[in-house]
Design a protein around this ligand. Structure first.
Ligand code: ZN
Length: 506
């Protein structure tokens, strides 16, 4: 599906974008257009702090990876900066995005950070690699999770040659989707995991999405599937508009994107890091990032609050879209998995029923808790509830195991690559309700789009093994083709989004 209908792109933006960049370097205040409040609180940031606190308590450092596409008049520039020396993409030492007062190295140099590695390369696509560290005192969500004592933070900055902006964006997108965990040896004693293994992954540079014609090929680098929660930022002109289709996902917590034509400032990067170390929630991180951004740009905090967005937002304001509301695990009272998941890539959809009578008057959360308890029992031995999604007769959709984790079965087919959807009820005896079918149609539409699978892969459990699951009255919908026809129609006319809802708490 096209993701970019109606968005402005091309030289006009890029031109203004460059001008803002060069003004910012000389310290001239900007008059930015003021848009409406860019706040889209989607999911709780608590999952991110759970992962981070767990690592810190094991003595691991907080790792931030910043992909910097060095500014380059010759290969990226539509309009040249007034001072051509600051936009030569092979020269990090005087580059706007690396060495200026608002560049990553330039700003870190003025702060109490210690540089522990600095490796220029004359030939690689990455012209300069720098690693800096300092210790922070834990606060807020981290302190609440039992992190005590000062802990180390490492910033791994990768400065890509100007001509390699494509590579910078691809590596960023891969890391954002959990691919490319990489190891760097600092001093022969300390190794740290960065890239896809980092806690926070960010991009600084020109908004390359504005230049590419083939957005789909860029998006194809976001297929990595991970269960690790990450903080993500992208500092580039109008990244709020351009980056989201590539970076919004279940395990990513968007900490900052630019809503305007603004300089991708390292002040913002350090503001984000300080706020995360202090265990702040989304609002607190937004505030701290805006405060730092404002200082760097000599602007008011109020203006910069509007220039930065965070959280998830519906992706297609400019096209027809609908959404599937999903009740998150915590909300229905799920227990954690008992052992780790096995990752897979979804390529088909398989429908089940529970095979136990369930009506719209019954309590779904209680039923799900019992189902999970049974699945995790010694008798069955699954690590979690078997399915990825569960639908009740009221049309409620409930989050099961993460969809990038292979499901479970007691029968003899291999569920690797299958998205498992289970409808509550016994459809050899009951008939699926209208709301349940409607929810199933929307959820299947989302899956077909999200995993780029064929509608024909929607099948019933019984198509893969013995037994009657998902019950003859539900199976009929698949067999007669009515479900597939409806999904095909919906998928071709609009974009379906998945909203996993949780009570806001950290
Ligand atoms: Zn089944």
């Amino acid at each position: 599906m096209g993701l970019a209908h109606g968005r402005w792109r091309g030289p006009v933006f890029a031109l203004v974008c460059w001008l803002v960049g060069s003004f910012a370097l000389s310290g001239t205040a900007q008059r930015n257009p003021v848009s409406s409040s860019p706040v889209y609180p989607g999911k709780s940031i608590g999952d991110f702090y759970d992962r981070l606190a767990g690592d810190l308590k094991q003595g691991k450092p907080l790792v931030v990876t910043v992909y910097v596409a060095l500014c380059d008049n010759a290969s990226q520039g539509i309009v040249r900066t007034k001072n051509p020396r600051i936009c030569q993409g092979d020269h990090p030492e005087r580059n706007l995005y690396w060495a200026s007062s608002g560049g990553l190295m330039g700003h870190l140099r003025t702060q109490p950070w210690k540089r522990v590695l600095y490796r220029p390369s004359a030939t690689d696509k990455i012209a300069i690699t720098g690693v800096w560290t300092r210790r922070f005192r834990p606060g807020g969500a981290l302190a609440k999770r039992g992190v005590s004592g000062r802990f180390p933070v490492y910033v791994v900055g990768l400065g890509y040659r100007g001509t390699e902006i494509h590579g910078a964006m691809v590596d960023y997108l891969k890391a954002v989707s959990g691919d490319r965990p990489e190891i760097i040896d600092i001093d022969g004693q300390t190794t740290i995991q960065f890239g896809g293994g980092a806690h926070i992954v960010g991009y600084v540079g020109h908004d390359y999405f504005m230049d590419v014609r083939d957005e789909a090929s860029l998006l194809s680098h976001t297929r990595g599937q991970t269960t690790l929660h990450k903080g993500v930022f992208g500092l580039a002109c109008h990244s709020d508009n351009y980056f989201r289709p590539a970076i919004q996902r279940r395990t990513n917590h968007i900490l900052a994107l630019n809503t305007q034509l603004t300089f991708p400032s390292a002040f913002t990067v350090l503001g984000i890091i300080r706020a995360v170390a202090a265990g702040k929630d989304h609002r607190g991180i937004h505030r701290e990032a805006a405060r730092a951004f404002a200082k760097g740009q000599r602007q008011t905090v109020r203006t910069m609050l509007r220039a930065l967005s965070y959280g998830d937002k519906p992706l297609t304001e400019d096209g027809p879209h609908d959404q599937v509301e999903v009740v998150c695990r915590q909300q229905w009272g799920a227990k954690p998995m008992t052992r780790s998941y096995r990752d897979h890539h979804i390529h088909r959809i398989t429908l089940h029923h529970q095979g136990v009578r369930h009506t719209s008057a019954q309590n779904t959360a209680e039923r799900l808790k019992k189902m999970q308890q049974y699945h995790q029992s010694e008798t069955v031995g699954f690590n979690d509830i078997a399915y990825h999604f569960i639908i009740d007769p009221n049309g409620g959709v409930y989050e099961g195991r993460p969809f990038n984790a292979v499901g479970e079965t007691q029968t003899d087919y291999d569920p690797t690559g299958h998205l498992l959807i289970c409808l509550l009820g016994d459809f050899d005896e009951q008939t699926p309700t209208k709301p349940a079918i409607e929810a199933l149609t929307k959820l299947s539409t989302w899956a077909v789009q999200a995993f780029d699978t064929d509608v024909e892969t929607i099948q019933g459990h019984r198509d893969h093994t013995e037994g009657t699951c998902p019950g003859s009255n539900l199976y009929r919908l698949i067999q007669e083709g009515t479900l597939k026809a409806r999904v095909r129609e919906l998928a071709s006319s609009q974009r379906m989004e998945l909203h996993i809802r949780c009570e806001p708490e950290i």
